[in-house]
Design a protein around this ligand. Structure first.
Ligand SMILES: NC(=O)c1ccc[n+]([C@@H]2O[C@H](COP(=O)([O-])OP(=O)(O)OC[C@H]3O[C@@H](n4cnc5c(N)ncnc54)[C@H](O)[C@@H]3O)[C@@H](O)[C@H]2O)c1
Length: 260
């Protein structure tokens, strides 16, 4: 039911060995999928080499650069996929960015530029990707999409700041996209993941405290692992989740249901 033999899909957001997207790609690879990976902009130029190295260990047949702020990149990426694959079965959006400075000031001090950048990369970017990706999914008679979110979309999490509204926008967007794409048999869901130590989360001040609190106050009294997030993502993308769309599914050891 959750096999991906013969399925082709795109995973956005692998930067290094800690990336949630890498765990998701490895899970999908283990379940039989053929993958396309992308690498985002990196001032130090390491992401491409990382992605190519990881790709060697998986059934990755396409690797492309992608800056989600560049519409031309998005169009080029899907034109390449259309030429190579004809259609697309699934896609994973695991991309976010906020300027570190914006996460260290009080929330009300967020600059207009900082707000626009965080919401552009972390939320708006889903729309052009889905626009292009859904075109290829229709060619296959349907498909499924997963995005990564965080509980900061609905709760005021210390130091998460501008990323909270960005994740709220992302989760709202998946509901509107689910309504729009449902008639074409395309599903879209968010995985609201518990805290994981990654490159992105290192930009959140006192992230270690967040991990400690989540570990102590979750129903399961531990932190989630990146493999558990990847397993649920694969499930949501699979035919096993064929009636699930427009949802934000918490994969956080039950942290979100606890009152303290
Ligand atoms: N780490 C956590 O605790 C946590 C918890 C819940 C949700 N998430 C979400 O998971 C997703 C992946 O984050 P992660 O924690 O694995 O960190 P990460 O830093 O490994 O991944 C973030 C990715 O975003 C990409 N990116 C940033 N700007 C981009 C741009 N302009 N164009 C293209 N790509 C760009 C980076 O290249 C990187 O691959 C994000 O949406 C994040 O908000 C993370």
């Amino acid at each position: 039911m959750i096999g991906f033999d013969g399925k082709k899909g795109l995973v956005l957001g692998v930067a290094n060995q800690r990336s949630i997207a890498l765990a998701v790609a490895r899970q999908l690879d283990a379940l039989g999928a053929e993958l396309c990976l992308t690498y985002g902009p990196d001032p130090k130029g390491r992401f491409e080499a990382h992605v190519r190295g990881f790709a060697d260990q998986m059934n990755v047949t396409q690797i492309h650069p992608l800056d989600v702020r560049e519409d031309g990149d998005v169009v080029r990426l899907f034109a390449n996929l259309e030429q190579a694959w004809g259609g697309l079965d699934f896609l994973v959006h695991s991309v976010a960015f906020a300027d570190r400075d914006e996460l260290t000031r009080p929330f009300s001090q967020t600059s207009r530029e900082g707000w626009n950048l965080a919401l552009d990369v972390s939320a708006y970017s889903l729309l052009p990707i889905v626009r292009e990706g859904s075109r290829l999914m229709r060619a296959n008679g349907g498909g499924s999409i997963a995005v990564m979110s965080f509980i900061g979309s609905v709760l005021a999490v210390p130091n998460y700041h501008v990323m909270g509204p960005a994740k709220a926008a992302l989760e709202s967007a998946i509901r509107y996209l689910a309504r729009e794409l449902g008639p074409d048999n395309i599903r879209i869901n968010a995985v609201s993941a518990g805290a994981i130590r990654t490159l992105s989360s290192s930009g959140v001040k006192q992230f270690g405290d967040m991990l400690k609190v989540a570990g102590e106050h979750s129903a399961l009294q531990r932190n989630v692992t990146v493999e558990e997030i990847a397993q649920t993502t694969a499930f949501l993308l699979s035919s096993g989740a064929s009636a699930i769309t427009g949802q934000s599914i918490y994969v956080d050891c039950g942290y979100n249901i606890m009152a303290n």
